[in-house]
Design a protein around this ligand. Structure first.
Ligand SMILES: NC(=O)c1ccc[n+]([C@@H]2O[C@H](COP(=O)([O-])OP(=O)(O)OC[C@H]3O[C@@H](n4cnc5c(N)ncnc54)[C@H](OP(=O)(O)O)[C@@H]3O)[C@@H](O)[C@H]2O)c1
Length: 235
């Protein structure tokens, strides 16, 4: 049971930014459900679930409809509601390829994870989110999805994050009447497997700032494309 605490689902919670979201949300009093796929790659997450109270894990692939339906049922059975979703799972395939080296499959795979995941999560978890109670869907996007700011390169990723931004916009409009705030949040360039060792931000820094932004969101922000420190980015 959740004893009145807010319940959050974080996808891709086994490492990188997602693991840090799960850890910090637990510290500030949320009931956490952390999504992961492979136990062998998820030791830090599984250890947290064994040591912290109200810290739960759910094994599934963010792009498999059946897994997201199972997740919805699991949340309904155990917590009866959901307050916040962090759609964090993501990939960046073939980021060094030139436009002529990209295969259609690279584009499709980036779309599958970076858009179909957040789309399915919205579709199946939104009905568990209570209306008028500050429920929030946070799509972790990237500045690289801004059409206006693009300087080329990393085509599969840029296409998928631009499309995720459109998904965010449409979800914000469709879910507004349910009292749900939906935004896209760019975490900055972060030292993770995806971001690499030269990135200036560590996951703890950016997640702490993103939680400040998430906490202060109002219905007027719904549909916005924001940075980790709350600046508005152009679509
Ligand atoms: N790092 C940066 O500089 C940066 C910048 C801008 C935006 N972002 C965005 O921030 C988010 C997190 O990135 P990160 O840097 O933490 O990346 P990361 O370290 O590579 O972690 C990616 C996470 O996504 C999960 N994932 C991938 N495919 C999945 C699937 N089909 N189903 C479920 N989970 C899946 C991975 O799980 P497995 O371990 O099972 O593969 C992992 O937990 C992504 O959306 C990314 O696009 C990152």
């Amino acid at each position: 049971m959740h004893n009145g605490k807010k319940v959050v689902f974080v996808s891709g919670a086994n490492r990188g930014i997602g693991l840090e979201f799960a850890r910090q949300l637990s510290e500030v009093g949320y009931v956490v459900i952390g999504g992961y796929r492979d136990p062998e790659k998820s030791q830090d997450l599984l250890t947290l679930s064994e040591t912290l109270s109200d810290f739960n894990v759910f094994r599934g692939d963010a792009t498999y409809e059946e897994d997201i339906k199972r997740l919805s049922q699991y949340i309904r059975d155990h917590f009866k509601k959901l307050d916040v979703v962090i759609n964090n799972a993501g990939i960046n395939l073939k980021y060094e390829s030139t436009i002529d080296d990209v295969d259609p499959d690279d584009i499709m795979e980036n779309f599958r994870v970076n858009i179909i995941g957040p789309f399915l999560v919205g579709k199946y978890l939104r009905p568990l989110m209570s209306s008028g109670n500050g429920s929030k869907i946070i799509n972790i996007t990237s500045q690289m999805g801004s059409i206006q700011m693009s300087n080329g390169g990393s085509l599969p990723y840029r296409l998928s994050k631009a499309a995720l931004n459109m998904l965010t916009r449409n979800q914000s409009l469709a879910y507004r009447d349910f009292g749900i705030i939906t935004v896209g949040l760019h975490p900055g360039w972060v030292r993770t497997e995806m971001g690499g060792p030269k990135a200036p931000l560590d996951p703890a820094e950016t997640v702490s700032m993103m939680l400040g932004v998430i906490e202060n969101l109002t219905p007027e922000d719904s549909g916005a494309f924001l940075t980790y420190d709350g600046r508005v980015l152009p679509y």
